[in-house]
Ligand binder design. Sequence first.
Ligand code: ADP
Ligand code: MG
Length: 186
Amino acid sequence: MATVAFVGLGSNLAHPRRQIAQALAAIARMPQTRIVALSPNYATAPIACEGDQPDYVNAVVALRTSLAPRSLLRHLQSIERAQGRDRDAAAPRNAPRTLDLDLLLYGRRRIRLPQLTVPHPRMLERAFVLTPLLDIAPAITIPSRGLARRGWSAVRDQRIARTRSHALHRSGLPALTQPLRARPWI
Ligand code: ADP
Ligand code: MG
């Protein structure tokens, strides 16, 4: 049975907008999966990191998928690897990365596995997740946490600004940006 899942995308290295566009194209090619909504891109300041880092580009995409959660995560990780993400065990959390793909929500499921926690535990603390998520799903609720939009005031001080979408992102997925508010399966 198909489920709606939300995936957060982020990049702050090697032409971030292009990385996001390339990742979206790869996501669109995943088996048993279809992109149903896509947020605009946002430029965001890195948070909780050491030293100077370039800004991130972030977006959120909604998928309709029949892949099981772990299989979906594996596909996302293989896209990260294909785009050169260096999973150096010694690298600090929040080190700069060419591509970060996080499974934010998988329907209304709560998942606690060693390699996968859903809802993503830090999603409500991050404006770069919440803002694009609310763009495409303004009425979304987070299992056990309630309405996502109630979390917005807690992140309002984080710097975030809408930015351009890469050409590929615009041309490949033009019709996918309508809000999901009216859709009963959200
Ligand atoms: P973050 O995205 O929080 O900066 P990383 O991308 O470096 O952290 O973390 C990757 C690890 O997080 C992977 O080993 C993966 O198994 C684990 N993980 C747990 N839950 C999730 C999730 N919901 N989405 C993506 N990765 C997750
Ligand atoms: Mg991640």
